[in-house]
Design a protein around this ligand. Structure first.
Ligand code: KIV
Ligand code: ZN
Length: 541
């Protein structure tokens, strides 16, 4: 059955790889995007918005690979974003070609402020362009989504007219974006109700919502929209995205899950129906959150709902006492329901390659033989330092391997001497992209500063360190430390991430990882931004 014919449940449209990746510093390479897309499919999202194929050859390749490897017959819909231009739409169609269920998502702004200052077009002009482009997209795929950008600040009467025309032209989903996160829940609910009541052919399309979190209201807005007839929610893992981010998938899904008795009647179900309102496998939520945070370098705040480190920690004495007497006194959901306790101790120093490979497969990693070999070496090194190796340790090693870009700079060796009476001194050996091995040394204010200064003497990419964070993967003194950094290069932010039982080594690798991202971006050239770049300039593919 097609998802549009199931109005009594919510369609989860994940845009982590498109709108999420638009957040400063969250840029992902093709392998990282593919890894996340595979995990999103395991999580059970209905639609993966895999990117904006016209942006650059790299974006095209990522959407194309996701379409090929994740967009299988039993897999999710793979969606590509396109501005309302023929070039964008044609490129999206080409990138999506291998997908069993492709969707083109095209958009044009409809608010007067966007029309006047961004597009420099009249209402009449966009009213003509949008249906024409929807029909053009329809000539490639059956499944076409249309978004009137900045719908939240558009004149509702104009919006109704626009929606009626794009549905008549073949749009199967109409998405209502609160692009600047301006609306309040009551207003968003009323907007959706108004669309249901005033767009004559609305029964021929699914109503979707998309929203940013500038006022911290995105999730509340979506839930109100769902109560009023929205059936697709566009969201991202950990709520990452432009500025304050998008509506967080895990918050929406768990709200609909934990409070299903409240939401059921809005979906025409009996109050006590136990049937889930989404198709998400909630036990995959925590793992997906960790993966997205590690690969994008966007850290999750400890008090973040559902996936923050404190979300299930009952530290106050009173709370612990209450929880022990009866869990429900202070807990509305179980840590297990999001897969938080699924961190098994699985392997040890003597575990062999087969056990290692099998467990990685069970965890959902699909690695090439070469990647398995590299990860296995890391696993053996870890086994010498850490007695018990858990699933999260394995994930940290594998995510770390995915992030290495062998053809760019590679840290061969790092050595530090420091102490309260010593001047912190670091020596590094780095393999450069043209195959040279260069060694240099530097003195710093601390060991990390010394390492970064030594690396800067070899890798000449001027930058400013804007964030440095260390977290441990598991408890215990022998735990792996994960280092996440953010660098400013000109007007852009790049992140780096690495994991190692030695935090100085992890710091050095995270820095090299971020420098490699800058270096790769310089080689790739500029990617177009779908919402800010309005010119249909052609990017060579
Ligand atoms: O925020 C927004 O309006 C968007 C559109 C492209 C859907 O991301
Ligand atoms: Zn957006």
């Amino acid at each position: 059955m097609s998802i549009s014919s199931q109005p009594d449940r919510i369609i989860i449209f994940d845009t982590t790889l498109r709108d999420g990746e638009q957040s400063p510093g969250a840029t992902l390479n093709v392998d990282e995007k593919l890894t996340i897309a595979r995990q999103l499919a395991r999580l059970g999202v209905d639609v993966i918005e895999a990117g904006f194929p016209f942006a650059s050859p790299g974006d095209f390749e990522a959407v194309n690979k996701i379409a090929q490897h994740v967009g299988t017959v039993d897999g999710p819909i793979i969606c590509g974003l396109a501005r309302a231009t023929q070039q964008d739409i044609k490129t999206a169609a080409e990138a999506l070609q291998p997908a069993a269920h492709p969707r083109i998502h095209t958009f044009i702004a409809t608010s007067d402020i966007h029309l006047e200052y961004k597009l420099k077009k009249t209402r009449a002009e966009v009213l003509e362009i949008a249906p024409e482009m929807v029909a053009y997209a329809k000539s490639f795929v059956d499944d076409v989504e249309f978004s009137p950008e900045d719908a939240g600040r558009s004149d509702p009467e104009f919006l109704y007219e626009m929606l009626e025309r794009v549905i008549a032209a073949g749009a199967t989903t109409v998405n209502i974006p609160d692009t600047v996160g301006y609306l309040t829940p009551g207003e968003f609910g009323a907007l959706i109700r108004g669309i249901k009541e005033n767009v004559r052919n609305i029964d021929q399309a699914v109503i979707s919502v998309h929203g940013h979190n500038d006022l911290g209201l995105a999730v509340a807005n979506f839930l109100e929209a769902a109560k009023n007839g929205a059936r697709q929610l566009e969201c991202t893992i950990n709520g990452i995205g432009e500025r304050a981010g998008n509506a967080a998938l895990e918050e929406l899904v768990m709200a609909l899950h934990v409070r299903r008795q409240y939401f059921n009647p809005f979906f025409g179900r009996p109050v006590d129906s136990e049937e889930p309102l989404t198709r998400i496998d909630t036990r995959q939520i925590y793992k997906t959150s960790r993966m997205v945070s590690n690969l994008t370098g966007m850290l999750v705040q400890p008090n973040k709902a559902i996936v923050g480190a404190n979300a299930f920690a009952h530290e106050s004495g009173i709370h612990q006492d209450g929880v022990l007497k009866h869990k429900l006194t202070y807990e509305i959901m179980d840590a297990q329901s999001i897969g938080l306790n699924d961190n098994q101790i699985v392997l040890g120093k003597h575990s062999g390659r087969n056990a290692f490979r099998t467990r990685l497969k069970e965890l959902g990693f699909e690695l090439s033989d070469q990647e398995i070999n590299r990860a296995f070496l890391r696993f053996k090194e870890l086994g010498d330092k850490k007695k018990e190796i858990t699933d999260w340790d394995l994930e940290a090693i594998v995510n770390d391997e995915i992030q290495q870009t062998p053809e760019l700079f590679h840290l061969e060796h790092v050595q530090v001497s420091c102490g309260d009476k010593a001047r912190p001194t670091a020596t590094v050996t780095i393999c450069t992209p043209d195959g040279n091995e260069l060694t240099d040394a530097a003195i710093g204010t601390g060991p990390v500063d010394a390492v970064y200064k030594a690396i800067n003497r070899v890798v000449d990419v001027p930058n400013q360190l804007v964030e440095f964070a260390v977290q441990s993967v598991t408890e215990g003194l022998d735990a792996i430390g994960e280092v996440t950094i953010r660098l400013r290069y000109e007007d852009r932010i790049f992140s780096g991430h690495a994991a190692n039982t030695d935090v100085i080594v992890a710091s050095a690798q995270a820095y090299i990882n971020a420098l490699n991202r800058i270096y790769a971006a310089l080689q790739r050239g500029k990617s177009l931004h779908p919402q800010r770049d309005t010119e249909a300039v052609s990017v060579a593919r």
